[in-house]
Design a protein around this ligand. Structure first.
Ligand SMILES: [Zn+2]
Length: 440
């Protein structure tokens, strides 16, 4: 049997741990996993001696902007940055583009824009606003993988936060038609009250108080309750608080169909960093205290957090912006695997097997694409990343592949270096954008 390519002598990372396997690739798929030296009949080989081979990452939460927001990010830059960071499939959010992706026509428009411009494979989320229930059918038909709902203001005028009634109705629909709903869990009333109260101090250290942890806990509880009542599959985005992770874990134990994510910035930074990082670290919900940050690693280790998504959302950073004026959003799509490896594995907080789960497989399951992607198994797409543990990465501006060269990770020292990323067996850097739309 002939292979297009064999990756040999690598330490292959699976959710069950590392294996000494050679990987045979044929027609863009993983065709063989064998003991070192056992595969023959190949056109090309790559020697991965002393290196790790991870599954290509799946990021369920990115804002690629583009369409009307090209100045901030576009698919060519954003997806190339993703691939440079070891991510091979992304699911794009329905905001930060014009129009927001809240009806069938907007889904079509976005897919048209992406075609030919993505270096990774991709899926889209449709937006659930407060008055577009009649559009849900159409968005799903056009290709939306599920719905995204905001409990707090989204910041986009054409994406008003979902009312409780619309949410309940959408959950019944989701339960019947078996699509997931992703929730941005904050409480708008609390955000407004505390932003008014503390905003006038213009002190970055107050950001966590302006978007209180209580609001996240309340929103998560509501989401879990409605999911339990309706049977809808829900996914809770960017959890900032370990206490909300516990709510999710308890609900899951009693059978609620829920998963959750956190983001690298909640694992790396705390509110102590606002003083130095300012707007580069502004996100919603905000990062919390040091104790909370460390506890999130624990929850990740114990399997209570299912996945780590970048919530990549670049923005202009102006020195003059006040705490309240500054746009919330962190550019981080290139850093997820490096954070998990360097800050997680190298510091003894996370096993490599667990990284394979939270970086790829669990996200594939949420998106319903785990037969095709998410792990290094025979028959799946050859989406693979080679990481060299002997080297390090200093993430300076020359490394940034995003359109805007600013990031909260600027000059961050990571252990390990991502050397090569393959999408369906082809090295991403060596070709024109070859990303495909993936059906769930
Ligand atoms: Zn987001």
């Amino acid at each position: 049997m002939g292979y297009e390519m064999v990756i040999e002598n690598g330490r292959v990372v699976t959710p069950d741990g590392e294996k000494n396997w050679d990987i045979g690739i044929k027609n863009g798929k993983i065709a063989a996993l064998a003991a070192p030296g056992m595969l023959s009949g190949f056109e090309r080989k790559i020697d991965a001696s002393g290196k790790y081979v991870f599954p290509g990452g799946i990021d369920v939460h990115v804002h690629m902007d583009d369409l009307g927001a090209e100045a901030l990010e576009d698919w060519r830059h954003g997806s190339f940055a993703a691939a440079a960071g070891g991510i091979t499939t992304v699911a794009d959010m329905p905001i930060d583009c014009v129009p927001s992706t809240v009806n069938a026509e907007a889904v079509r428009k976005k897919l048209d824009r992406i075609r030919g411009n993505a270096y990774t494979d991709y899926l889209l989320w449709g937006g659930l606003t407060t008055d577009n229930l009649s559009e849900v059918e159409g968005m799903l038909k056009e290709g939306a993988a599920g719905l995204k709902s905001f409990f707090a203001d989204s910041g986009a005028e054409d994406f008003v936060r979902t009312s409780d009634v619309v949410l309940l109705e959408a959950m019944y629909k989701a339960s019947e038609e078996r699509f997931p709903i992703m929730i941005h869990a904050e409480n708008e009333e609390m955000n407004r009250y505390y932003t008014e109260k503390y905003g006038k101090n213009n002190d970055w250290a107050d950001l966590s108080r302006m978007h209180p942890e209580a609001g996240e806990l309340e929103a998560v509880s509501k989401c879990l309750l409605l999911s339990e009542l309706t049977g809808a599959r829900v996914h809770i985005a960017h959890l900032s608080s370990w206490k909300s992770v516990r709510l999710v874990a308890d609900a899951r134990r009693r059978g609620v169909r829920v998963s959750c994510e956190t983001c690298p910035h909640y694992l790396v930074f705390s509110e102590n960093d606002y003083k130095e990082k300012k707007a580069l670290l502004k996100c919603a919900p905000p990062v919390r205290d040091e104790e909370n940050r460390e506890k999130l690693w624990e929850e990740l280790k114990h399997g209570n957090i299912d996945m780590v998504s970048s919530d990549h959302s670049p923005n202009y950073i102006s020195e003059n912006d006040s705490v309240c004026q500054a746009w919330a959003g962190i550019s981080g799509i290139q850093n997820t695997l490096l954070v998990l490896y360097s800050e997680g594995f190298c510091r003894g907080r996370l096993s490599l097997g667990r990284i394979a789960g939270v970086f790829a497989l669990n996200a594939a399951k949420l998106l319903g694409i785990d037969k095709q992607k998410g792990s290094i198994e025979i028959g799946k797409d050859a989406d693979l990343v080679i990481l060299n543990p002997q080297k390090e990465t200093i993430f300076d501006r020359s490394q940034m592949k995003t359109k805007i060269k600013s990031s909260v990770y600027q000059d961050f020292h990571f252990r390990g270096r991502i050397e090569q990323t393959f999408l369906r067996g082809v090295r991403v850097e060596c070709k024109e954008p070859g990303g495909r739309y993936i059906c769930r």
